[in-house]
Design a protein around this ligand. Structure first.
Ligand SMILES: Cc1cc2nc3c(=O)[nH]c(=O)nc-3n(C[C@H](O)[C@H](O)[C@H](O)COP(=O)(O)OP(=O)(O)OC[C@H]3O[C@@H](n4cnc5c(N)ncnc54)[C@H](O)[C@@H]3O)c2cc1C
Length: 352
């Protein structure tokens, strides 16, 4: 039995009933058939960078998606379609596209994890999200027991969400295809932090390489890169989504000097980090045995010696409850909570 702690960036989580590493794409049909015969639905793991796995672990089968490979072809319209295997690290895919002079995901460097997991929460950063350029997913459908092609309209992408979150058991993503522009110039800089990092006005279009390097430098400075060692090395990134707010709540936040922004889908959202700081939390503060806010940012919680998944989950609940009591705003956890319930909890209705 493999401990889930060995496969998650929080390094928390008990044993899996069975753990299987999937590396050979051609072996998938036989593997899926064998799993179907046993009447089990597997849990999927990519890089484990967005998972809080329970101390008791999981009784079922866990598949580590570790297939690698990138292919590309020129489309009739002059764009390039790039297809990556699910286990290909997203950062390796970003590096590939920047090196090949392809624009579309240059601002997504530094996000840990796999390409196959990126559509799950529609991963994004600095004004880009994977759904902006995604044209097709091949996925195994555990309902119909077929490998199927999903177009973006079927994926119900939104701010850090998709159909894969609302129907977590149904599909295993096998490949992801993106349509990218042949261009050595990046998309316009849309984020103030990045504009400052690059020393250019908002709206500037740097070269792909400058954009990608600027993102990594800015993420490092803001504690958004996963460090290999040190007090912040065990984490799953931001622990809460930026919550949607009503016009009334937005006005109250503005009056208190806080930020309200529109997401790429037009919804007004408060900053979850700012709300935690208004509740009195600061970078580095201790929340429970072995559970701390990261030394860089309040919105990232880290695990240190003596941390447990249940303590981590309890800390999340305390933070969400305090913010809700003070403001009426509900914080929802961003990491998937695995093994805490009969199903993976993507956004619990009774949270806080
Ligand atoms: C330091 C740090 C910074 C981060 N910054 C960002 C950021 O800027 N933007 C952002 O969006 N996210 C960010 N994240 C969160 C995380 O990296 C992303 O959500 C990433 O896409 C998760 O990939 P993963 O392979 O680690 O997925 P995992 O954590 O392994 O899995 C996440 C979910 O996807 C499912 N899943 C995984 N692979 C598959 C598959 N092939 N088919 C079906 N389901 C699958 C899992 O079952 C689980 O439900 C950050 C995390 C960290 C630690």
């Amino acid at each position: 039995m493999g401990a889930l702690a060995n496969h998650t960036t929080l390094r928390l989580g008990g044993p899996a009933g069975a753990l299987l590493t999937h590396t050979d794409p051609t072996a998938w049909p036989d593997l899926a058939h064998a799993i179907h015969r046993e009447s089990v639905r597997p849990h999927l793991l990519g890089g484990g960078s967005n998972i809080l796995a329970a101390d008791a672990g999981l009784a079922g089968l866990v598949i580590l998606m570790a297939t690698r490979g990138i292919t590309a072809h020129l489309t009739a319209g002059g764009d390039v379609e790039v297809t990556a295997q699910a286990g290909e690290p997203l950062s390796a895919l970003v590096d590939y596209t920047v090196a090949e002079g392809l624009s579309g995901i240059e601002y997504l460097g530094g996000i840990p994890g796999t390409t196959g997991a990126a559509p799950i929460q529609n991963s994004g950063a600095y004004g880009q999200q994977i759904s902006d350029v995604l044209t097709q997913i091949t996925a195994y459908d555990w309902q119909s027991h077929t490998t199927t092609r999903l177009l973006p309209a079927a994926c119900a992408f939104g701010y850090r969400t998709s159909v894969f979150k609302t129907q977590p058991w149904r599909w295993t993503i096998l490949t992801v295809t993106l349509r990218l522009r042949l261009s050595a110039i990046a998309a316009p800089v849309a984020y103030r932090h990045l504009a400052e990092e690059l020393g250019v006005p908002l709206g500037t279009r740097p070269s792909l390489a400058e954009a990608a390097e600027g993102v990594l430098a800015n993420r490092r400075a803001r504690g958004l890169l996963l460090p290999k060692t040190g007090p912040d090395s065990r984490q799953a990134g931001s622990v809460f989504l930026n919550p949607p707010v009503s016009a009334h709540q937005a006005a109250a936040i503005h009056a208190a000097g806080g930020p309200v922004m529109r997401d790429l889908h037009g919804v007004q959202r408060a900053s979850a980090g700012w709300l935690l700081e208004q509740a009195g939390y600061r970078p580095g503060c201790r929340l429970a045995a072995g559970v701390y806010c990261s030394t860089h940012r309040t919105l990232t919680l880290t695990a240190r010696e003596r941390a447990t998944a249940s303590g981590f989950a309890a800390a999340l609940r305390t933070l969400a409850t305090e913010v809700h009591t003070a403001t009426g705003i509900r914080l929802r956890p961003e990491p998937v909570m695995l093994g805490f319930d009969s199903q993976p909890v993507h956004s619990s209705a009774d949270w806080a």
